[in-house]
Design a protein around this ligand. Structure first.
Ligand SMILES: [Fe+2]
Length: 222
């Protein structure tokens, strides 16, 4: 499915480094749309849907956003009224693509189609991480599209840097206090449940044979 992007023809635009809390906390936000209208009410707005549609391929996943607009999002709600052979490809490439265990691809449209590749890497301590944001454009920018592209780059940098990663630092502080014995992901956070099931499976594998069995058996060692 990722081949549909034809990434080899995309153009590099800009790369940024963002500091965050523990890498898993920093990456959690990429697999959750539940927080969108709350944490991002000043940026994405309070009316954005918080309903993710999850598509899984082994440990990898893609999040689509439930929406009434099939041109912007490939919501199953709207695609059901269109014959499958007429489904448009472009909206099907929208959403958040999670490449297990720490890479996210996210598409936006602002003048040009823009992709943000986020690589979340552990920092020097368990409490720190670095998110490498790489911005690509599908076509070279020109005088007309460059301002829109740059505006989106600044916007996404703000959303992730000042909202998502700032919140993950607060989560880190709360969890580090030891006052919360455990965290339970809800039914609207199914992607996170699956992600940690796979991560737990990988960490509990004793050797390559068990790892191979894990991937062969959909995340179960036995
Ligand atoms: Fe977010």
């Amino acid at each position: 499915m990722l081949e549909g992007f034809n990434l080899k023809s995309w153009k590099f635009h800009e790369q940024r480094l963002l500091e965050g809390a523990n890498w898993k906390l920093a990456f959690d936000a990429h697999m959750d749309f539940y927080h969108l209208p709350i944490l991002h009410k000043e940026t994405f707005g309070p009316t954005i849907s918080n309903l993710a549609q999850y598509y899984f391929q082994g440990p990898h996943q893609r999040l689509g956003l439930m929406s009434e607009n099939s041109v912007e999002q490939d919501s199953l709600q709207t695609l059901k009224s269109i014959p499958p052979n007429e489904w448009p490809l472009e909206p099907m490439l929208f959403g958040e693509w999670i490449i297990f265990p720490n890479v996210s691809l996210n598409c936006f449209k602002a003048g040009e189609r823009i992709m943000v590749i986020s690589q979340v890497l552990p920092g020097d301590t368990p409490e720190s991480s670095i998110t490498i944001q790489t911005f690509l454009t599908e076509k070279p920018t020109n005088d007309d599209t460059l301002p829109q592209v740059q505006e989106l780059v600044e916007f996404i940098g703000k959303v992730v840097g000042e909202e998502d990663l700032a919140m993950s630092r607060k989560q880190q502080a709360a969890l580090s206090s030891g006052l919360i014995p455990e965290v339970l992901f809800g039914r609207n956070e199914y992607g996170l449940q699956e992600y940690y099931r796979w991560l737990g499976g990988c960490l509990s594998a004793h050797d390559d044979q068990e790892l191979n069995m894990l991937f062969k058996n959909g995340g179960h060692i036995s």
